[in-house]
Design a protein around this ligand. Structure first.
Ligand code: KIV
Length: 273
């Protein structure tokens, strides 16, 4: 007998169907506890390869291995029950050929139970996106600033700063749409270009440092919580979690040093929150 869960996860086709409708809310998440908190408020959670920089101290996303994405992907799936979970394909696991991309993306989907994967690149990823989608793997595309290309781009720079570069980025958006991506992340492009892309394609655009008129938005959770030591200029900090952690740890340290914690009457056990 199968056991039916009462809460059903949002699917990639449901996100795609939101084009031009209610704004799509998304955040990165790398662990079960933040996934559980965000799950009620977002439509999808991205296990972004930004976790290499945010959590593991790498200078870029380039060194992130597939197994690390799978480990964090599993945690986010375990912590959430409603949001679509999308796992990023890290650098070097999908660019070589569509069949290698399929092998690695299928491993991610089987081992994490996520609902979709994300990969970077526009026109150059056309065949790979088509290959994956035709074989049952929903793909979230990612154009504009593609951080895995930092070594060829020469840094984390806004894209399409010159109007002459707009046509190529618009072409990228149209190609990933045609190839079957269910939505496309548009990172660090000028707002008028992001607006133009949003009008040009029939799949949702998910902006990050792009335009409020995109079909949805995504931010790195640690950045918007005020937990990251350095954030891109466009990031709004919706909280001061870093400062709160600092304050709590300082208080704990002083209570331990004063020998006032734990209080003598405390016993070991769990309390409900
Ligand atoms: O890796 C990541 O977190 C991302 C988002 C910032 C879009 O790709």
């Amino acid at each position: 007998m199968s056991v039916q869960k009462s809460i059903r996860r949002i699917t990639a086709p449901e996100i795609q169907a939101r084009k031009g409708g209610e704004a799509i809310v998304s955040l990165t998440s790398y662990h079960a506890h933040t996934a559980a908190i965000a799950d009620k408020h977002v439509d999808f959670l991205l296990v972004g390869d930004s976790l290499g920089m945010v959590m593991h101290g790498f200078e870029s996303t380039v060194p992130v291995p597939l197994d690390l994405m799978i480990m964090h992907g599993k945690a986010v799936v375990r912590g959430s029950e409603r949001a679509l979970v999308v796992v990023d394909m890290p650098f070097g696991t999908y660019e070589e050929s569509p069949s290698i991309a399929f092998r690695n993306a299928a491993k991610v989907m089987k081992e994490t139970d996520c609902g979709a994967i994300k990969l970077e690149g526009g026109a150059r990823m056309k065949e790979t996106i088509r290959f994956l989608v035709d074989r049952g793997i929903p793909v979230l595309a990612h154009i504009g600033l593609t951080p895995q290309s930092i070594n060829t781009l020469g840094g984390f720079k806004a894209q399409g700063r010159e109007k002459e570069q707009w046509a190529a980025i618009e072409e990228d958006a149209k190609i990933v749409e045609e190839a079957g991506a269910f939505a496309v992340v548009v990172e660090a492009v000028a707002a008028p270009l992001a607006d133009r892309l949003t009008k040009a394609v029939s799949i949702p655009t998910i902006g990050i440092g792009a335009s409020a008129n995109c079909d949805g938005q995504i931010l790195v959770m640690e950045d918007m919580l005020g937990l990251s030591p350095r954030v891109p200029k466009f990031v709004k900090e919706f909280g001061k979690v870093g400062a709160q952690i600092d304050k709590a740890i300082k208080l704990y340290a002083s209570e331990v040093r004063e020998r006032s914690f734990p209080a003598p009457e405390q016993t070991y056990g769990m309390k409900k929150k």
